[in-house]
Ligand binder design. Structure first.
Ligand code: NAP
Length: 271
């Protein structure tokens, strides 16, 4: 990061996207930069961040491990040295590990919470003072949670709990930041084709293209919704399945989250 830029006005916004080295974050960073915003793109994979900078000069790479205190301190210093404030932060970085019963790796729960919940809040802690310095009338916090919280998925105890924790935290935060005119939006994607879901060995209903998902998010968050869940078809399916008796619920969502036995490969394109 070498250039100081101003916030607000007609020059585009200053937007920090976490988890920008791949998947949704990468597509969001590129699409927002194409719209003329200055995008601070953070993640651990420096090579991938450099390629983003090469793709669009409005993107500034910020290598950072959101679970590491010294890395976060360095990131905070870099942002505040180079920008007077932030207009928007998209807290997108996340990870998914499943629990395989009957003998799950219990330490996975802590690892997932460390990135998805505590890591996201570490970034919020850095972003909030910078959002308060924004020249924009209403700075914006966007957090990427998940539709996984709409119904129980097999093996997703750790991941789902981390996203439910985020939803509650940011729904409460919205109330506390309202007097400061800082908006808070919770984005709940369904299944999107990214490196995170390519590890899944089960059928993913309504799997979406990553660029399409990023465009939908950008289009919707502009109006500052409290939450945005997409695609609606998945939300409806999960909502209905949650109201059904347990046996029927299992029928509706029978394949979601459950490993497909090697002898019965999924119909989904295994990516
Ligand atoms: N794909 C889906 O179907 C789906 C559905 C609902 C919600 N989501 C959520 O969407 C978000 C983006 O996921 P994705 O699907 O795009 O997966 P992805 O391609 O794996 O992206 C995850 C991003 O998080 C970053 N990250 C992970 N651990 C980090 C750490 N310790 N410090 C800094 N950055 C870290 C990764 O970068 P580095 O490895 O380079 O650090 C990467 O850029 C996640 O929060 C995920 O839970 C995804």
């Amino acid at each position: 990061m070498t250039q100081a830029k101003t916030t607000g006005g007609n020059q585009g916004q200053v937007i920090w996207v976490t988890g920008a080295s791949s998947g949704l974050g990468r597509s969001l960073a590129l699409a927002l930069a194409d719209q003329g915003h200055s995008v601070i793109a953070s993640a651990r994979n420096e090579e991938s961040l450099s390629s983003l900078e090469e793709a669009n000069p409005s993107i500034i790479a910020l290598p950072c491990d959101i679970t590491d205190e010294s890395s976060l301190r360095a990131a905070q210093e870099k942002i505040s040295t180079n920008f007077p404030g932030l207009d928007e932060v998209i807290l997108n970085a996340g990870n998914c590990e499943y629990l395989d019963f009957p003998e799950p790796d219990w330490s996975a729960i802590r690892r997932v919470m460390e990135v998805n919940y505590f890591g996201t809040l570490n970034c919020l802690q850095i972003a909030l003072p910078l959002l308060r310095k924004s020249a924009a009338a209403r700075p914006h916090i966007v957090v990427v949670a998940s539709q996984v919280t709409n119904a129980p998925f097999a093996r997703a105890e750790a991941y789902g709990a981390s996203k439910a924790a985020l939803q509650y935290f940011f729904d409460s935060l919205r109330i506390d930041l309202a007097p400061e005119n800082i908006d808070v939006s919770v984005v709940n994607p369904g299944f999107v084709d990214t490196p995170l879901t390519r590890k899944n060995d089960f059928d993913m209903p309504f799997l979406m293209d990553v660029e399409d998902a990023a465009q939908r998010i950008i289009g919707q968050i502009a109006s500052r919704p409290r939450s945005y869940s997409f695609p609606r078809r998945l939300r409806a399916l999960l909502f209905i399945s949650k109201l059904l008796p347990a046996a029927w619920q299992k029928m509706v969502s029978r394949d979601i989250g459950e490993s497909v036995p090697a002898s019965q490969p999924s119909q989904d394109s295994k990516l």
